[in-house]
Design a protein around this ligand. Structure first.
Ligand code: ADP
Ligand code: ZN
Length: 293
């Protein structure tokens, strides 16, 4: 099976060719400009490789619900050139093959569930902490959409006393993204996150905010595994700090095997940062299977 995978991001489009085993044969990255310039370039790439199906994990908000009039569209994104753009339609028409479609973070959780450390689990959350914050949710064996799709990076967070940074999200200020995404770290502390590596107070505050969100997700969704990815999570010192804040916040209320072993419950991504693109291969495979009945 020759499958195409597209991880569509706000700054770059990662296009890959692979197979149903999650093997990636080759990969290119194209800067995200406008649909008029960027999409034809990607179409040429996939057409030349004769892909049998394509899976797209896309920045959002998007409409991933089949049956809806705007299924396959990027909808109300602040990246205006891409707002109300039928990305699935464009690829379906040009390539004439089945196209699978979901959020980028649902793609990542699907990658981990299909090929990575979450294999065999039925309820898993993948959270990316990067330029923004997003969460993909695999629940009862399915990628969660609901009325649209989860926007769990925007859950509201209680600020720690002493943190005078107001929060960067234009909608909520003090949501997780507004307080803890890479750009918020940079604005609060005046330096890129990566340069703040040795400032312990930076990472303790960061972990405190991430832990608040995780505690909410744990209480609401009862996940069996929580996977944290994205650029900011390359600061590995965050993991023990997050686990310790989560433990304190839950305060012993829930007693499960998973929570008794937080080191194997709140974990980094397992696929060398390929979880997203591998999940897109699986989205493509699923689209092909659906078409073939
Ligand atoms: P995106 O979210 O745009 O897809 P990333 O997940 O790489 O991309 O996130 C980029 C953000 O992560 C930037 O704000 C950057 O400052 C931060 N970042 C990237 N690498 C690191 C690192 N090693 N340590 C801390 N922060 C990082
Ligand atoms: Zn927000």
């Amino acid at each position: 099976m020759i499958l195409g995978a597209l991880e569509a991001g706000g700054t770059k489009m990662v296009c890959a060719i692979g197979n149903e085993k999650g093997e990636i044969f080759e990969q290119i990255s194209i800067p995200t400009r406008t649909p008029e310039t960027t999409v034809p370039e990607m179409i040429d790439y996939f057409r030349e490789k004769k892909v049998e199906a394509l899976g797209i994990g896309c920045f959002g908000p998007i409409d991933p619900n089949r049956g809806s009039g705007t299924y396959g569209y990027i909808t109300s994104t602040p990246k205006l050139a891409w707002a109300d753009y039928n990305i699935v339609g464009a690829f379906e028409e040009a390539l004439g093959c089945p196209v699978g479609f979901d959020t980028d973070v649902n793609g990542s959780v699907l990658g981990e569930v299909t090929f990575g450390q979450a294999k065999g689990k039925s309820c898993v959350i993948y959270i990316t902490i990067g330029t923004g914050v997003g969460a993909g949710i695999y629940i009862e064996g399915k990628l969660l959409h609901g009325m649209l799709h989860p926007e769990a990076g925007h859950v509201l967070i209680q600020k720690r006393s002493g943190d005078t940074f107001e929060g960067k999200c234009p909608y909520h200020k003090n949501c997780l993204e507004g307080l803890a995404a890479g750009p918020a770290i940079k604005e609060r502390w005046g330096q890129d996150a990566v340069q703040l590596k040795d400032r312990t107070e930076v990472w303790d505050l960061e972990a405190y905010y991430i832990a608040q969100a995780l505690t909410g997700y744990i209480l609401t969704l009862s996940p069996q595994l929580i996977i944290l990815g994205g650029g900011v999570m390359h600061q590995e010192q965050l993991f023990p700090l997050i686990r310790s804040h989560v433990k304190e916040m839950l305060n012993g209320y829930i007693k499960t095997q998973e929570l008794a072993d937080l080191e194997h419950y709140i974990v980094p991504a397992s696929l060398h940062d390929d979880q997203g693109i591998m999940g897109c291969l699986e989205l493509g495979r699923r689209a092909l299977c659906e078409e073939n009945g």
